[in-house]
Structures are given as structure tokens and as C-alpha cells.
Ligand binder design. Structure first.
Ligand SMILES: O=C(O)C(=O)C[C@H](O)C(=O)CO
Ligand code: ZN
Length: 290
């Protein structure tokens, strides 16, 4: 069974879509089926936009790594849009060498781990790396949008920072809220970055769900030879997916999203749905997980 529609629409766009699945279907999936439905393996291919559209809230997860010159963002055929942000908003976080995004003539320098929000209606968007030897890697999340909110760069110092967990429970981590409503207005997109302290391996534990929003996790800074076991599923029926460096996982609204690494690591979370309330979570007691 494959729920993927792989379509190479244009020379520098890879696009695939994934159907939304229910807890009932997921209960019967084997490892390969789980990976085909929820794991996004390739986000950074030289000079190509790689997009995965989830039918959970029409969330687009993508990546682009410019190595030769500037790359223009075009709407994949499946969006049936005159330009990418005709009906969407876009969040960008650079996870590679320093780079530049030019949006309708405005230049935004993006260093490692800096973020940019581009509002609906932005037409001409170009991506460039400063050093082709250490290319920028722009991680991209996009959601449908009604309002045209102002574009804005969010530097590390602009983040709302929250410290969570402890060394004793191996979940000591720093949550950097970047594209959230306490910092700037968006329609439904929220993004941030969670950095695990050395020696801590668990993220989002105690786990939670939020029926109002779906979420996508992108794992990076996973050291060579290490990996993260990502946990998904309803709290009473969990499954795991082994995730390598720079891979992402789609998390349905009904699913927990937590992980344990064989080392510490960093991940970017992105969300969309009914509300912009980061704290709207239904927590699952650790003793109740199955
Ligand atoms: O480490 C964590 O805990 C997180 O980063 C949680 C995410 O931000 C999240 O799941 C938001 O809903
Ligand atoms: Zn969550």
C-alpha cells in the first residue's frame, strides 16, 4: 500500500502528497507503511525544491539548498496557484551555511538557525547561499492563509525562550519559539526550534496531543552514526519510526509526537490548524502510554 503520489512537476521541483490517515488504519500498518505515510526522508537535494504536502491541514513541508546561483520559488502544479504565496504563508529556518532570501526585492540575511516569515501575497522569492562550499539549507513550512500579514525576520535574540525538563529525566531542553503569535501575527503557521542539552535525549516527554492542530517535526544536529526514535500514535497505541539526521515526520492531530535519541539533537516543530495557542495541549501521563 502506498499513500504517496510522487510527481516531478518541473525540473527543480520534487513534489509528493500524503493522504491524511486515521488511528484505525495506522494500527494495522507495518514499518514500511508507517514510513511511507509519515516520514519525509529527503529535504535537501542540491538546487531542487523538495515538497511534501500533507492533507492534514494542507501542510507543506519542504527544503531547498542552493549550490549554483539563486533559486526562485515557484508554485508546484498541484497548488493550482499563479504564485506560491497567492493563498499561503511561509516559514523559513536556515539549518545550513549563511544565505540570503530576497522577497519582492527586500533582502533578508539568514544565518544558521535564523527564521523568516513571509506573508501571503509575496510574489517573487529567491534563495541564495553565500558560500557554495557550505550551502544554506532553508527548511520550509507553508500553510493556507487568508490574511496578508507583514513579512519579518526572526533572529535568535528575538525568540521567546523556555527551558524545560531536567538532566535527571534526560529531557533537559531549550524551546525557542520563533514564528508564534507572541512575536508576530500569522494566519495559522507556528514554528520553533527545540535544542536538547548534552546528555539529554528525550523530547516532548511527558507527551501530548492537540486535536486542534497537526504538527511536523524536523530533526537535525543528529551526530554522524546516531539517530532518533520518534514516537507517534494515540497514547494507548504507540508506534515508533527511526529518523536520521535532517529528516522530518508528519504528526496527525490525534498522535503524540515525542522522541528519544541515541544522543542529543535539535528539532524544528511546525504546526497548523484551529488555533495559535501553543499551550493548548492534552497531556498524556507517562504511566498511561502503551
Ligand atoms: O520539546 C518539546 O516539548 C517541544 O518542542 C514540543 C513542541 O514544541 C510541541 O509539540 C508543540 O506542540
Ligand atoms: Zn505538539
Amino acid at each position: 500500500m502506498s499513500d504517496k503520489n510522487d510527481v516531478n512537476t518541473e525540473q527543480n521541483i520534487f513534489f509528493e502528497s500524503r493522504y491524511a490517515s486515521s488511528p484505525h488504519e495506522v494500527k494495522g500498518m507495518n514499518t514500511e507503511q508507517l514510513r511511507q505515510n509519515f516520514l519525509i526522508e529527503n529535504l535537501f537535494v542540491a538546487d531542487q525544491f523538495c515538497w511534501t504536502l500533507s492533507f492534514f491541514d494542507r501542510y507543506l513541508t519542504g527544503g531547498v539548498m542552493p549550490t549554483t546561483g539563486s533559486l526562485a520559488l515557484e508554485a508546484p502544479e498541484a497548488l493550482k496557484a499563479a504564485y506560491f504565496l497567492e493563498r499561503r504563508e511561509l516559514g523559513i529556518i536556515n539549518v545550513g551555511g549563511s544565505g540570503l532570501v530576497i522577497a519582492d526585492g527586500v533582502e533578508y540575511e539568514l544565518a544558521y538557525k535564523e527564521a523568516l516569515y513571509l506573508g501571503k501575497g509575496t510574489r517573487d522569492i529567491q534563495f541564495l547561499s553565500h558560500d557554495k562550499g557550505t550551502p544554506a539549507k532553508f527548511y520550509l513550512n507553508s500553510t493556507p492563509a487568508g490574511q496578508a500579514y507583514p513579512s519579518r525576520k526572526i533572529a535568535r535574540t528575538d525568540a521567546e525562550v523556555v527551558e524545560m525538563g531536567s538532566m535527571e529525566t534526560a529531557n533537559h531542553r531549550i524551546i525557542n519559539k520563533l514564528i508564534v503569535n507572541s512575536i508576530l501575527p500569522t494566519n495559522q503557521l507556528q514554528m520553533g526550534m527545540t535544542e536538547l542539552k548534552a546528555g539529554s535525549v528525550w523530547n516532548t516527554m511527558p507527551a501530548h496531543t492537540h486535536d486542534r492542530r497537526m504538527e511536523v517535526y524536523f530533526y537535525f544536529e543528529v551526530p554522524e552514526g546516531q539517530a532518533v526514535s520518534h514516537f507517534m500514535g494515540q497514547p494507548q497505541e504507540t508506534r515508533h519510526l527511526w529518523v536520521q539526521n535532517e529528516q522530518a515526520v508528519i504528526s496527525p492531530n490525534w498522535s503524540i509526537h515525542a522522541g528519544a535519541g541515541t544522543s542529543s539533537y535539535t528539532f524544528i516543530w511546525g504546526m497548523a490548524g484551529e488555533n495559535l495557542d501553543y499551550g493548548d495541549m492534552d497531556f498524556c501521563a507517562i504511566k498511561d502510554l502503551r
